[in-house]
Design a binder for this molecule. Sequence first.
Ligand SMILES: [Zn+2]
Length: 197
Amino acid sequence: MEFFDQLSMPTVLKRRARSNRISLRVNEEGLRINAGKHIPTTEIDKFVLKKTAWINKQWRKYELVMNEDGCLHLGELKPPEFFENNDLESFYRNETKRIIEGLLEIHNENNEYGINKVFIKGQKTRWGSCSSAGNLNFNWRLAMAPTEVIEYVVIHELCHRIEMNHSKEFWRLVQEKCPEFKKHKAWLKRNQSRLSI
Ligand SMILES: [Zn+2]
């Protein structure tokens, strides 16, 4: 497979019996590709190569952590130390915007969820929200969270385009796209106090 030569991080391909899609996840262990059993490898190749820029961007954050002192509790991202407070907010705002846009490219390809606009906001009580007009709001502090948690928030808000509530059906949709969502939900709850930073 061509992409194995193109990428610099450890890469695992998992074939899924009950899926007909391809999804990518980058964490500190590298890239994990989940793909339905019947998807031809050429198609996986094409998909992964198309996302190379995004994958490398995500991976760079983890590489950075490995060179650091290892006490980063807020996630992978650490702003430059010379930042003043105001700059800090704009730093996180830009990072959050960049990360969310990358995730939407993957999870809302061709705007299948009918998203209108995406806003980065500073609400003190929520990490994300979705309006009935199809606008998504994300908290600028999200960039402080681990990437898989941000991904969960994006998936959560996208699923609200189908189910505008927290019904059983809603959580089923979330779980389908994000099998470990309970872990990420717990992270957000634990770090709720960060919202007042
Ligand atoms: Zn919700």
